[in-house]
Design a protein around this ligand. Sequence first.
Ligand code: 4AD
Ligand code: MG
Length: 465
Amino acid sequence: MSIRSRTKVKDALVSTDFDREITVKGWVRTRRGNKSIAFIALNDGSTIKNIQIVADVPGFPEELLRQVTTGACISVEGILTPSEGKGQAVEIKAKSIDLYGAADPGTYPLQKKGHSLEFLREIAHLRPRTNTFGAILRIRHAMSYAIHKYFNENGFYYLHTPIITGSDAEGAGEMFRVTTLDPVNPPLNDDGTINYRDDFFGKETNLTVSGQLEGELGALALSEIYTFGPTFRAENSNTPRHLAEFWMIEPEMAFYDIEDNMDLAEDFLKYLVVYALEHCCEDLEFLNNMYDKELLLRLNSVIKSDFERITYTEAIDILNKSGRKFEFPTDWGSDLQSEHERYLVEQHFKKPVIITGYPKKIKAFYMKQNDDGKTVRAMDVLFPRIGEIVGGSQREEDLQVLDARIRELGLPREELWWYLDTRRFGTAPHAGFGLGFERMMLFITGMSNIRDVVPFPRTPKNAEF
Ligand code: 4AD
Ligand code: MG
């Protein structure tokens, strides 16, 4: 399809339909040349490559060409011809050029020299026009599509779970409150606490930290569902791997145990990597050459390796025998930190690792308890350079056991009446996991900061754009 005869740069570059007039539109990356001829590199975001426009300078108004500078948006009508120059197969001999919008060279921030990623974060409204962010955004699109494709092909239904919730799925606190109450003068109860009966929903509500609990309701009716949506965490983690707003993919499956859950996670992750290698090769090659010379090697190695599966107890044992000095403790019962996860993956096993059987006291209330009374059927998938990329578990389907755990942890049991109902009526073994989309994007693109794989990052003290 083409919109009113516009040809995309991507299609023009591979066309052999020469000596015909075509129209391309896009943003000028560079312009060079002399008094008689101008070479304009034009990009419209359809590919990382630019198309070369050749303009015979005397044939165009001087005032027009003066404004064809880096960043300007133009429409070009011309003849597609095989290129005589090196570096491109085709070029367009311009017959007419229309200027949509100039970009003053004195103030347009993206002049052709390379900019630091830190600087580009400050101009997130313009960074999609760089090679790097063009590539990342195209890959992000391809990955989103691949996720839906994978689940659709495997008989999963896409379930839309609420963004505003009255429950805290992870039982972890650290949520963003949603309210229409006046912050200066909120209605109060007699004891001075805020009276939420007058709030929009008549109760306390927050932005969701996970769609899982509602996902379980879907799985216990449709068998296999997945969610793919934004999630929010108000944890003050200023790290290269945490966002306050991130996207999560959460499949939830009835009749799956923890082994089935691991099989699915491994298959799914490999599918996404293969999809990227097959559909995003030009963009990946660019990122490989610019940022991370090991990227393609690493992607290929992950799809060929069987993920190592070990228990938390085995992981602790390996860490303690490693002879390494870690910053955080490695005694049984401590949560694994990023340094531990990366040691296991990058130094010890040299491939992705799935850890199961975590101590129940460091995991969420809904995880299925093992017979030892100490551990739960949790699973974390750890990836090179990333650490935890997936977190999941088999769920506790037994009403009595689940109820006892909720009471033990002092969670608001009345608010979870609907969740408990699924165990009361037709309960079933089930399992699921959550993949952090931006963590996956970090892995696929080889970028090192999560702020660079999402169009507009939300992090502590930063909600610009
Ligand atoms: O391990 P988490 O907290 O698990 C859950 O939320 C479960 N309810 C998932 C489930 O079983 N359905 O988060 C899942 C994944 C992590 O492994 C990580 O990849 C990502 O979400 N994640 C974050 N990504 C970016 N920024 C953050 N602040 C993240 N917190 C978690
Ligand atoms: Mg986790």
